[in-house]
Write a protein that binds this ligand. Sequence first.
Ligand SMILES: Cc1cc2nc3c(=O)[nH]c(=O)nc-3n(C[C@H](O)[C@H](O)[C@H](O)COP(=O)(O)OP(=O)(O)OC[C@H]3O[C@@H](n4cnc5c(N)ncnc54)[C@H](O)[C@@H]3O)c2cc1C
Length: 288
Amino acid sequence: MNPKRFDYFAPESLNEAIKILAEKEDAKVLAGGQSLIALMKLRLAAPQAIVDLNSVKENLSYIREENGYLAIGAMTTHDEIEHSEVIKSKFTLLNDAASKIGDQQVRNKGTIGGSCCHADPAADLPTALMALNPTFVATGPSGSREISYEDFFVDTFTTSLARDEILTEIRIPYLEQRSGSAYIKHSRREGDFAIVGVGAVLLMDKSNVCKEARISLGAVAPTIIRAKKAEKYLAGKKITEEVLEEVGERARDGADPPSDMHGSREYRLDMIKVFTKRAIKQALGRVR
Ligand SMILES: Cc1cc2nc3c(=O)[nH]c(=O)nc-3n(C[C@H](O)[C@H](O)[C@H](O)COP(=O)(O)OP(=O)(O)OC[C@H]3O[C@@H](n4cnc5c(N)ncnc54)[C@H](O)[C@@H]3O)c2cc1C
């Protein structure tokens, strides 16, 4: 199917893009187009105007080590994240997640900003990101503001960005020494969306006691969630099989998975347990 008619804008600056968003009632930003164009073709989205970010002069595609955090530009592609050395060495779970998205064509065009703004609860990079306590930088008519990871995802396909705001950067605080991370995606076939996605970050002390655990879950609720009860239980413990069993149980708390053609609610609840345990084990194996 062809999309409904729309006006197309290719602004040359962020300011111009924001101005168009503010003026037009029903305008949508276009980044990699890997979600938006598909929705428009299916007529599940029919914006009156498209504001293409690909010509803006400001560079929104970068991975930069700043003082205290890693900065990722919103237009950085999945492929760039998958192949970044700094991400591989310091935030391995993002590398895991990016490499599991769709196929190479999708990874070449799709962006981390687009994936976050699309706010699909089954999306891989946003799920992995949520275990890293990121801050989202939104730029609008009155400048930039920071949005905490706890406030960014509001509901399925809904973020806390205003209509005339553009996500410009994602900031990820560095992890301490003796930390490890992993993202595991459970899907029917390679390249499918996750039935369950689990991100795990572990901060360990010298005697191998877990100081802090962060566990994010995708595809199991209307938005990506953190398994707070499991995180709390794991903190202060050595990671044994018995502890992992209990963590897996507790990770299900707060999940409200749907039943659909890819798996029943009960199946997904079981898979949360299985894949949480696996993600933690993999993160533990990567602690340095
Ligand atoms: C065949 C196929 C398979 C896929 N498989 C997976 C998968 O396995 N896992 C997965 O996680 N994803 C998958 N995706 C989705 C893919 O990751 C998309 O790249 C991503 O969801 C959207 O990124 P984009 O840059 O293409 O955004 P777009 O499609 O351009 O935009 C998506 C939404 O975000 C808004 N937006 C984009 N950028 C900004 C910004 N900077 N500020 C404000 N709003 C913005 C747009 O207005 C739109 O509403 C798949 C897509 C396809 C086509």
